[in-house]
Write a protein that binds this ligand. Sequence first.
Ligand SMILES: NC(=O)c1ccc[n+]([C@@H]2O[C@H](COP(=O)([O-])OP(=O)(O)OC[C@H]3O[C@@H](n4cnc5c(N)ncnc54)[C@H](OP(=O)(O)O)[C@@H]3O)[C@@H](O)[C@H]2O)c1
Length: 305
Amino acid sequence: MADMMRQIWIDEFGGTEALRMRETAAPQAGPGQVRVRVRAASLNPVDWKIFGGGAASVGTSFAPPMGVGNDIAGTIDQVGAGVTGFTVGDRVFGSARVKALQDFTVLDVPAVKLARIPDGLDDPEAACLVVAGRTAWDGVESLGVTAGETLLVHGAAGGVGQYAVQLAVRKGVRVIGTASPHNHDLLRELGAEPVDYRGDLAAKLAQLAPLHAAFDAADGSGVLAATANGVDIERCITVGAKGTGGARGVATDLETHGALDELAALAVRGELRTRILGRYSLNDAAEAYHEQMTGSVAGKLIVQL
Ligand SMILES: NC(=O)c1ccc[n+]([C@@H]2O[C@H](COP(=O)([O-])OP(=O)(O)OC[C@H]3O[C@@H](n4cnc5c(N)ncnc54)[C@H](OP(=O)(O)O)[C@@H]3O)[C@@H](O)[C@H]2O)c1
C-alpha cells in the first residue's frame, strides 16, 4: 500500500476557510523526479492570491482542486530514474508551487531547480529565501544601484522588503525604508533610514533627497512618490502593485535556480537575516495564512512539518 501523507488542499477558491487538511497517498518520484520530505514551508502573499482565485494578478492560472503554498525546504527521500546530481538524504530548498504544504512533494528535476541547503542554515530560514529572497535579489540587481546612491524601499518591513534593504545596504547603498512607526527600530537595525509611509510620502522623501531608485514592495505609492522626486521610472520597480506609474516588475522565474546559492551563503555568514515571526504546525496552516493576510507581518511565517 502506498504511504500516506497530510496535505493542505482546496476544492474551490476562497479565503482561509477554503483550506482543508486531508490524508492522501504520498506522491512517488517517477523518472526525472525527486521526492522531498518537506520540513518547512514559508508563506507568501502569492499563496493566498492563488488559493483566493486572484492568480491572474500574479500572471499565472491555477484551477482547484489543488494544493497550496510555494516555498519548501526539506530532505530528498526518493530519486527517480535518470536523475543526476541529487541523492537520497540531500537537504534542499526551492519552489513547489501549489504543493508545498504537504509532507511530501515531487518535483521535476531539472525543470524545477532545487538548491542545496548549506551547513549552518536550518530548513525554515532556507524556505524563506525562495520567493522573498529571490525577489529582493532580482529586484536590487535589476535596479543596478551602486555605492553612494540612495534607494527607496517601500514596504521595507515585509518579507521582500527586509531582504531588499539588507542586500542594498551591503552594496554601500543608502537605503530609505518605509514602514509603520513601530517597525522603525527594526529598519534601523537592518541599516535603513525609516520613514512612515502614511501622509505625504513625496514631501517626506523631498527632505531626504536626492533619491536615485525605488523598490516598491507595497502598494505602488512608493513609485509615485519617487518619481515625484525626480527618480526616472526606469529606475523604479514594483512587485506589490504591478505597473504603477509604468514601473516594471520583477520577473522572478521560480523554475530557475536564480540566486538561491548566493542568498543561502549570505545567510550562513550572518550577512542576511531572516526574521521569523511565527512557526505553525500543518494543522494551523489556516491560522498562519489568516495572520499573513493581515498585511502587517514584519517578517516571515513558517509552517513546520
Ligand atoms: N515577483 C513578484 O512579482 C513578487 C514576489 C514576491 C512578492 N510580491 C508581492 O510583493 C508584495 C510584498 O510581498 P511580501 O512578501 O513582502 O509581503 P508581506 O511580508 O506580507 O508584507 C508585509 C509588510 O507590508 C507592509 N505594508 C503594508 N501596507 C503598506 C503600505 N501601504 N506601504 C508600505 N508598507 C506597507 C507592512 O509594513 P508595516 O507593518 O510596517 O505597516 C508589513 O510589514 C505582495 O503584494 C506580494 O504579492 C511579488
